[in-house]
Design a protein around this ligand. Structure first.
Ligand SMILES: [Zn+2]
Ligand SMILES: [Zn+2]
Length: 374
């Protein structure tokens, strides 16, 4: 499987056993939950009606269907649609979750590397991206599995940054709330406008390079940092570690840590603090792309250059660990060799009554907007 083709699964066309009036093929790379929406609309009913028939008494749109830990619920769907259960599971996020975290068990909190839907009842706050040019090239527009992945920020076919909101009303993308008035899944469930008419920012080349690299790691199950070969899961922990360091540099732009990372990859110096302060999986595509550009530079530089820069800027192991209990392999070997002087912080137990700084207020405002635009 070549990573630039983004072939996560082959889809399925064999619909001989389909019972429903309008059988619907599962397109290659199509995302399971959004295929269910497409199936409902093709058969002239709303997604809620279809799932009510398939699973009476269960409310599947209140959870993240693509990240379910038990796929036994797919049996009736397979029976009526004619698509094999194996093909349906392949359209879920199970394989990606297993490769990136080492387990396919759904975590209780925001799962790493998969965009969070922020589900509240049937409403969502985000979690799904799209490329309008891809929609316009489809016979029937469909959502790709990779549009749920946090390291996917660009469309390599059209060289644009993905959108994660309706271009017209800024609502989150919620195809499961479409009605039979909508002829396909490319419409906004809130304002009814067509996502296919959206505009996009131009893609960032390093973010696309990182995207291809991360896809290759998931597909092959192994990654590389310098000369060290590691499992995909270990590689993604190294990437997560660099993301953590980058966040520190945006909070402390004049620190030696920042200067160290800038000396390895100059673009680190241009990185701005994310306004919302949200976890990586909740950030908009453009902000993730900016961070991944820098991560790509740091990963490509390798451990030898990191070691030289850390020594050159006099960094301690405490600085390199920040709040992490331990540094991931193989960077731990470099960090353990550094001086271990710990920083001491003065903490006051009193609650400050002073006005909050503008940056803190802006972060609170951004979090409020994410909730209210959902
Ligand atoms: Zn595209
Ligand atoms: Zn809209």
């Amino acid at each position: 499987m070549h990573p630039t083709h983004y072939s996560w699964h082959a889809g399925e066309n064999s619909l001989g056993k389909a019972i429903w009036p309008v059988p619907l093929a599962l397109s290659p790379d199509e995302l399971l939950s959004t295929w269910i929406v497409r199936l409902a609309l093709a058969n002239g009913c709303e997604p809620l009606v279809l799932t009510g028939f398939l699973w009476p008494g269960w409310r599947p749109w209140t959870i993240d269907l693509d990240r379910a830990s038990d796929f036994s619920y797919l049996e009736p769907l397979s029976k009526y649609s004619g698509i094999r259960i194996g093909s349906l599971v392949a359209a879920s996020l199970r394989a990606v979750a297993r490769a990136t975290t080492g387990t396919s068990k759904k975590p209780n909190t925001t799962g790493p590397w998969i965009l969070s839907l922020g589900t509240r009842n049937r409403k969502r706050l985000g979690g799904l991206q799209y490329c309008s040019y891809c929609f316009n090239g489809d016979a029937t527009p469909f959502y790709r599995l990779q549009w749920r992945l946090a390291w996917h920020t660009c469309c390599p076919n059209h060289q644009v940054i993905l959108n994660d909101r309706c271009f017209w009303c800024r609502a989150a993308i919620e195809p499961h709330r479409l009605t039979t008035r909508n002829s396909n899944t490319a419409y906004c469930a809130r304002c009814g406008d067509n996502h296919g008419d959206s505009l996009h920012l131009r893609a960032v080349s390093s973010a696309m390079a990182f995207q291809s690299l991360a896809d290759a790691v998931v597909c092959s199950g192994v990654g590389r940092y310098g000369p060290v070969l590691m499992t995909a899961c270990e590689w993604f922990i190294v990437v997560r570690y660099f993301l953590m360091l980058l966040r520190c540099t945006t909070r402390h732009p004049n620190s030696n840590l920042t200067k160290c990372l800038v000396s390895i990859h100059s673009q680190v110096g241009t990185l701005k603090s994310t306004m919302s302060g949200l976890p990586f999986e909740l950030l908009p595509p453009f902000e993730r792309a900016q961070m991944l550009c820098c991560v790509y530079g740091l990963v490509q530089a390798g451990p030898k250059e990191l070691k030289a820069a850390m020594i050159s800027w006099g960094l301690t192991s405490a600085t390199m660990m920040q709040d992490w209990p331990s540094v991931p392999y193989p960077i731990n070997e470099l960090v353990n060799a550094l001086p271990s002087r710990r920083r001491t912080r003065k903490r006051s137990g009193k609650c400050s009554q002073k006005p909050k700084p503008p940056q803190v207020v802006m972060r609170m405002w951004a979090k409020l907007c994410r909730k209210n635009y959902g």
